[in-house]
Write a protein that binds this ligand. Structure first.
Ligand SMILES: NC(=O)c1ccc[n+]([C@@H]2O[C@H](COP(=O)([O-])OP(=O)(O)OC[C@H]3O[C@@H](n4cnc5c(N)ncnc54)[C@H](OP(=O)(O)O)[C@@H]3O)[C@@H](O)[C@H]2O)c1
Length: 292
């Protein structure tokens, strides 16, 4: 990875208290960036903040609370961020809900199914609220996160009649459905932002080891599955190098609308993700799911 000095850069990473997000926070803080760790839990966030500061040997790391399942929390986060920081160079939408203990659809306080809210709608909202700052800080970058697991759903499309899991729900399906929405959002937003100096790229995260302590609530068969997957998994640190590359490489300053596998290889999205009509409809429907 080409080393870049990031001392004048401000970077937000959601879900930075664990896994890939935390590893990316360390890598970017080491390069001198001001890193905002956007975390749901005050306790887990504070512990991670201490680890990141110590490991990166940097004091330019801050913790700000956000619950990506709540539109009000996203709005509060952006207000707090904006009161402290005049610029934003990179926004990394890393946080995601893949809580396999959820077996039924659960609506958020905004009336949106939790997985779709956390992994798509509120990412859209946070992006919209930060867009003026990103534009004013251009060249700047937005990074979204999808999953290689989408390859096992080659025909997956947005289910406009099942956004809240009202017709059918499984955690796995809801998760990949929201990730598919993120891929479409990336392609659509990249087109809309052409000429603004703000780029948008999506990382297709593969099999990455998840820390043991995050799996304790899972049933035995899923624990076994994760144990098996771990034998072939990348470390969060290795995967985070792709986030760091997309966040920093000067050669990518104008590269937008990309979909990337680790370490730096273009990936191909499924056909439905490239459907412009569906992208537009998803955009409109997502806007409607946001409280005014
Ligand atoms: N690991 C894999 O094999 C894999 C595969 C494909 C894609 N991915 C994607 O990679 C990204 C990072 O995952 P990871 O492997 O690093 O998992 P992880 O260690 O479990 O990290 C997930 C992060 O998201 C946060 N989060 C979840 N719900 C949130 C909410 N409502 N508000 C704010 N933060 C929330 C978690 O915070 P809490 O501590 O509060 O829960 C945690 O910090 C995710 O987008 C995931 O979908 C991972």
């Amino acid at each position: 990875m080409k080393m870049t000095n990031l001392t004048d850069k401000t970077i937000i990473i959601t879900g930075a208290n664990s896994g890939i997000g935390k590893a990316a926070a360390i890598q970017l803080a080491r390069l001198g960036a001001t890193v905002i760790m956007a975390c749901r839990s005050a306790e887990r966030g504070a512990q991670a903040l201490e680890d990141v500061r110590k490991t990166a040997n940097s004091e330019r790391v801050e913790l700000l609370r956000v619950d990506m399942a709540s539109q009000a929390s996203v709005r509060d986060f952006v207000a707090e961020f904006s009161s402290r920081h005049p610029r934003l160079d990179v926004l990394i939408h890393n946080a995601a809900n893949f809580d396999h203990s959820q077996t039924k659809p659960v609506l958020t306080e905004d009336g949106v199914e939790t997985v779709f809210a956390t992994n798509h709608v509120n990412i859209f909202l946070m992006t919209q609220l930060l867009l003026d700052t990103l534009k004013a800080s251009a060249p700047s970058r937005i990074i979204t996160v999808a999953s290689q697991g989408l390859m096992t759903y080659p025909f997956l499309d947005i289910e406009f009649d099942n956004l809240n899991g009202q017709k059918k729900f499984s955690m796995q399906h809801a998760y990949y459905h929201a990730k598919q929405a993120q891929v479409m959002f990336t392609f659509d937003l990249a087109e809309r932002l052409k000429g603004t100096g703000v780029t948008v790229n999506c990382v297709r995260v593969g099999n990455v080891a998840i820390p043991d302590e995050r799996l304790t609530h899972l049933p035995k068969f899923l624990l076994k599955l994760y144990e098996m997957k771990r034998k072939f998994a990348l470390t969060p640190e290795k995967m985070a190098e792709t986030y760091t590359w997309l966040s920093t490489d000067p050669a990518l300053e104008t590269v937008t609308g990309g979909y990337w596998d680790a370490p730096d290889k273009p990936a191909k999205a499924n056909k439905n993700a490239c459907n412009l009509e569906t992208q537009q409809r998803l955009w409109d429907v997502t806007e409607q799911l946001i409280r005014k």
